[in-house]
Design a protein around this ligand. Structure first.
Ligand code: SF4
Ligand code: SF4
Length: 180
């Protein structure tokens, strides 16, 4: 069966089936849409959203009344793709494998009120959120960033101290022959 492409489709196109507004919808040009978003990976979420929406409309007819639902579904997909890409970009920190550095948020669930602000704030997709936040991708956390800790209204997020981080990095650099 030939692959169906939306208006403006330039040729071969990857169709991804997503549930939008309770219905399964085939999204044409899925790879191109993701690629457009990734072109703006260093920009703001809004820039990435705009790029995604524009490319979505190149390949698909998006009824105005449900544009928000389309964008919501495609944005959720993009966040996963973006997370993987960011993980690939920063596999090492100052020459040290990122996965050996124990810098990432810890959540005190006794204090957490499940407001979701941490997950919403973090652009690195460190968190996932269902009925509470989870530190799903710890090694995507930017070493020495404490942004989500600052937005948490319950002071439920903690990190190692900067002194501990410095010591750890020193030891790891020695281990990897980066520092003698
Ligand atoms: S510290 Fe920064 S990068 Fe790490 S989880 Fe929090 S907001 Fe994301
Ligand atoms: S911001 Fe704080 S209180 Fe809100 S979900 Fe995250 S950890 Fe919990």
């Amino acid at each position: 069966m030939p692959e169906v492409c939306g208006p403006g489709c330039p040729g071969k196109s990857v169709v991804k089936h997503l549930v939008i507004g309770g219905q399964e919808v085939g999204i044409a040009g899925f790879d191109s849409i993701m690629a457009k978003g990734l072109e703006h990976v260093k920009g703001s979420d809004n820039e990435q959203r705009d790029a995604i929406l524009k490319e979505l409309k190149v390949h698909n007819y998006v009824p105005e009344a449900v544009e928000k639902e389309y964008l919501q579904a495609i944005w959720a997909e993009f966040r996963q793709v973006r997370g993987k890409r960011l993980g690939q970009i920063e596999e090492r920190f100052h020459g040290v494998p990122r996965e050996e550095i124990t810098w990432y948020p810890s959540i005190d669930y006794d204090r957490c009120s499940a407001c979701g602000k941490c997950a919403e704030f973090c652009h690195r997709d460190v968190y996932t959120f269902d009925d509470k936040p989870h530190v799903e991708n710890p090694f995507r956390c930017v070493v020495s960033c404490t942004g989500c800790q600052k937005v948490c209204p319950e002071e439920a997020i903690s990190f190692p101290t900067l002194v501990a981080l410095r010591e750890e990095l020193k030891a790891l650099k020695k281990k990897h022959g980066i520092l003698t």
